[in-house]
Write a protein that binds this ligand. Sequence first.
Ligand SMILES: C[S@@+](CC[C@H](N)C(=O)[O-])C[C@H]1O[C@@H](n2cnc3c(N)ncnc32)[C@H](O)[C@@H]1O
Length: 237
Amino acid sequence: MANYSAWQYDEMQQIGKDYGNVAEVEAYDLRHNQFRNIQKESQFILDRLAVRKKQVILDFGAGTGTFAIEAAKRCSKVYAVDVSRVMLDYAKKKADSHGVDNIVFGHGGFLTYNHLEDPVDVIVTSLALHHLPDFWKFAALSRINTMLKNRGRLFLMDVVFSEENYVENITKWIADIERSAGPETAEDIRMHVQKEYSTFTWIMEALLARTGFRIDQSNYENGVIARYFCTKINNCT
Ligand SMILES: C[S@@+](CC[C@H](N)C(=O)[O-])C[C@H]1O[C@@H](n2cnc3c(N)ncnc32)[C@H](O)[C@@H]1O
């Protein structure tokens, strides 16, 4: 695996939204469920990936753990990894309250988590990769490649901008969120665009291809949200 520790990006710093803040973490599910149905999203992803009982899944940027918990009910083990200890503590408590005991929680991130077990069958990451600048997204996807079995599946969902009409799309997105979830959440989206590192679809597609992934299916929602179902077809050095 590449060694760039001397000039490593600090992925533990909170850029934009502060997920090290207890109040933010406790409000997360309620706030996000105003504009997405995380439970339903999780079932959709697991169905599409045709997850089976003997499989192992790794969730990068697991947040409050909704996906990890749903995944754990359908497979043998889930690794839930996040840079925020507050998120991990919250997700652990939530898993306990669901009676789910096959999640291994790991403090770390795309660039620092060391997966010491066998490569997994499936890696999922939702609304987390945009925390890294593009150069580091490449490094992250290269590392993801090494943690995944040959022909293993990757699901990536994130804020990724389509090039066409990007100004109009972002403006409409913020206005829609303001209507459905209120001014505070709309402000979060403004801050996301200003301070976080969401990129363009053509860059994300190239990053996936160059790190050994075939995009089996992509979906672009309103020019601002991208979903990629991928298969690892080459090893990444
Ligand atoms: C917007 S939340 C997404 C949570 C969840 N995956 C979802 O779809 O609701 C982003 C999460 O990514 C985590 N995160 C930020 N930078 C990260 C990194 N470099 N590696 C892994 N996780 C990171 C944050 O702590 C936070 O829990």
